[in-house]
Design a protein around this ligand. Structure first.
Ligand code: SF4
Length: 224
């Protein structure tokens, strides 16, 4: 029997009202969380790359416990490539999926050396060529290291953008496009810090605290 293709999801229509609501919601987030920032610790693009690969299926807090030792020991792409595989796996073990993460970090280091002279590239197009690097990781690096605006679609952005009525999509690339269409580019980096911050403290996956939420007034609360 032929299977029927699922109908494409209806997109959110970007209207002036939606943009106004979105900006008010953003203002409230800024007021509620003046210190919001990327919660992964890193000081350069290579560290950001390693930290974001380690953060897959792991909390930022756990990654931050592992990275001080790593960043002290491995300072260049060549250092990661030369690292003893078993030792490295042991060093990152507590972040989970350590076999795959070791492979990804070593493969990224290899490509950095072969193709980019050991230096981290500064464009989305080049960054996503690195193994283990998708648009999310690339946007973390571009925004936090090079101050190049982008929307970081992590698990919190995926969940909150839907609850807040900014997207109906499930695919991260489509959510990124939807959120970019609503907010001005000057707010993308800040929003990418505020949404995970709020998602961890108030609009959690299992228990959104709508009654105490600082943006409740501007949120349609689309909870599935
Ligand atoms: S009102 Fe509820 S659903 Fe909306 S952001 Fe706040 S906690 Fe999340």
């Amino acid at each position: 029997m032929p299977t029927r293709k699922p109908a494409p999801l209806k997109s959110v229509t970007v209207t002036p009202e939606l943009r106004r609501r979105a900006l008010r919601l953003l203002d409230n987030l800024k007021e509620a969380y003046p210190d919001a920032r990327c919660e992964l610790d890193f000081t350069n693009a290579l560290e950001a790359l390693v930290a974001t690969i380690l953060a897959a299926q792991c909390t930022d807090a756990r990654v931050n416990m592992v990275t001080p030792h790593l960043f002290k020991k491995y300072r260049t792409a060549q250092d990661y490539l030369d690292a003893d595989e078993d030792t490295f796996k042991e060093e990152i073990k507590s972040t989970g999926f350590f076999n795959n993460k070791t492979k990804a970090i070593k493969a990224a280091a290899k490509l950095l050396i072969e193709k980019f002279d050991g230096q981290m590239p500064k464009t989305m197009e080049q960054l996503v060529q690195l193994p283990g690097v998708g648009r999310k990781t690339a946007n973390v690096i571009l925004a936090n290291i090079y101050d190049i605006p982008g929307i970081v679609v992590d698990t919190h952005m995926l969940r909150l953008a839907k609850r807040m009525g900014f997207t109906t999509q499930f695919d991260a690339d489509k959510v990124e496009q939807d959120v970019m269409a609503i907010f001005p580019g000057t707010e993308w980096i800040k929003l990418s810090h505020l949404i995970p911050w709020h998602g961890r403290r108030c609009c959690t996956a299992r228990n959104p605290m709508c009654e105490e939420c600082p943006v409740a007034e501007y949120c349609p609360k689309i909870l599935e």
